[in-house]
Design a protein around this ligand. Structure first.
Ligand code: SF4
Length: 445
């Protein structure tokens, strides 16, 4: 039976030290009861508390790891909507390698995938996993594909092989790399034995809630916790509904057999549909999506979407507030200012670079908020900017006494000039993409 907040409170240290992020042990107990926190966030929880709370403090959705180099971690989620807290582990993107493609083509494909990454707001976005599907008649094709992936990549591998003997030989090759096995038929004792022997995760495929429930219970009874659920359906609407019901059942109804990450193989007749389906599944609870092909444009869109969904909404991605050189600025170079919201910084610095000039980019501390949000919150105005410029001793670093502010906050120009005697404030363009034409038409120094 689930423990109440009061039951949990009785097991906590009751010192109200606040180190768990809330001011009192009672508040923390309430969060634990609502599954919005984990006992490990209290550094002073006694062994007694850990034992007694046991399953009550377990994450409602298990964490599963695949791979030993670039390990893909999925699951461990505690909320339905990211604004309730945050999503902890982004959807893993797996790309399928079919053994019928042949060694040379597979090698070329693996190399291309390994070399493809997108730099965005300071992060490098890449695919996470390979799904190796044995669809040829020769077992050697399968073993060769596994060897290629292992040799040329550190990504985790999911094996999809219906032939038991070949599967076992394939697992032997990646036995130290925490493999995952995609099961296409009902879980058998042999599958359980393989997962235990090779320290692997099992992706259980079912066609109904009862089917998935039964298989998950059987695996759990055999001591397996690294499980992933694949409730199959060709209908996207049905898939989203299923994923939502499974997530809700795990989080809100505490149904343990549904408390595992979710897998979806994305099928579509064309790339447009593939993108639409994969996007919907990233938004609605797929912990891993497997794509049948490698396509840069498709991946670029999915990476961007995934990064937006899995960024902690309570912690904007920030860069350090300071002066950043763009190009090779001298003390006479122009000065731009923006906030320390990561996306603003990368867009503005990128467009200054595109314009071909060198400049000083002053990134003011606005707690990671974008320009207009920070202005509305009183964190980016004449007074705060002038104070920041004085604090970082900008006047000692540059000779220029002109500063370009974002066009969206033109209303602060007078205020800033009052707070920065001797400086001329230039109102810049509203969109970063207009910076190259702006610098051509305005005298900035
Ligand atoms: S960290 Fe532990 S002891 Fe401190 S307030 Fe939180 S629950 Fe209480």
């Amino acid at each position: 039976m689930a423990l109440s907040g009061l039951d949990i409170f009785k097991l906590l240290p009751k010192t109200n030290c606040g180190e768990c992020g809330v001011p009192t042990c009672m508040a923390f107990a309430m969060k634990l009861a609502q599954k919005k926190a984990e006992l490990s966030e209290c550094p002073y929880a006694s062994e007694d508390a850990k034992t007694t709370l046991g399953a009550a403090s377990e994450p409602p959705i298990r964490l599963v790891k695949i791979g030993s180099g670039n390990t893909a971690e999925v699951g461990n989620e505690t909320v339905m909507f990211r604004h309730e807290k945050t999503f902890f582990h982004q959807t893993g993107i797996a790309i399928e390698l079919c053994t019928s493609e042949g060694k040379n083509k597979l090698l070329e494909k693996i190399k291309e995938i390994e070399n493809y990454g997108v730099e965005r707001v300071g992060e490098t976005l890449t695919a996470d996993l390979y799904l190796i599907t044995h669809d040829s008649s020769d077992p050697e094709d399968c073993l060769s594909a596994i060897k290629l992936a292992k040799e040329h990549s550190t990504k985790g591998i999911i094996l999809n092989c219906r032939d038991d003997k070949t599967l076992r030989e394939g697992l032997e090759i990646i036995k130290d790399d925490r493999p995952a096995i995609l099961l296409q038929k009902e879980l058998s004792d042999k599958d359980i034995e393989l997962a235990v022997s090779f320290d692997g995760s099992l992706i259980l495929t079912g066609h109904s809630y009862d089917d998935i429930d039964g298989q998950a219970k059987k695996a759990k009874a055999a001591g397996l916790n690294s499980l992933i659920l694949n409730l199959e359906s060709d209908n996207l609407g049905r898939q989203i509904q299923d994923n939502t019901i499974l997530r809700r059942s795990a989080l809100k109804k505490n149904i343990k057999s549904f408390g595992y990450p979710l897998f979806s193989y994305v099928r579509a007749e064309n790339n447009f549909d593939l993108l639409a389906r994969a996007s919907a599944l990233i938004c609605k609870y797929a912990s891993i999506i497997a794509l049948p092909e490698y396509d840069k444009a498709l991946l670029y869109s999915l990476f961007t979407l995934r990064q937006n969904i899995f960024t902690d909404p309570q912690k904007p991605i920030q860069v350090d507030p300071k002066v950043y050189p763009v190009g090779d600025p001298t003390p006479e170079s122009p000065i731009f200012i923006t906030t320390n919201f990561s996306l603003s910084y990368f867009m503005v610095s990128g467009e200054i670079e595109n314009s071909g000039i060198s400049a000083h980019l002053v990134v003011a501390d606005a707690e990671g908020q974008s320009v207009l949000t920070a202005w509305a919150a009183g964190k980016f105005n004449g007074e705060t900017i002038a104070k920041f410029i004085k604090d970082i001793k900008l006047e000692e670093q540059v000779k220029t006494r002109k500063i370009v502010i974002p066009g969206f906050v033109s209303m602060i120009s007078g205020d800033l000039e009052e707070n920065l005697p001797g400086w001329e404030v230039i109102v810049g363009c509203q969109e970063a993409s207009d910076i190259p034409s702006f610098v051509k038409n305005v005298q900035l120094t």
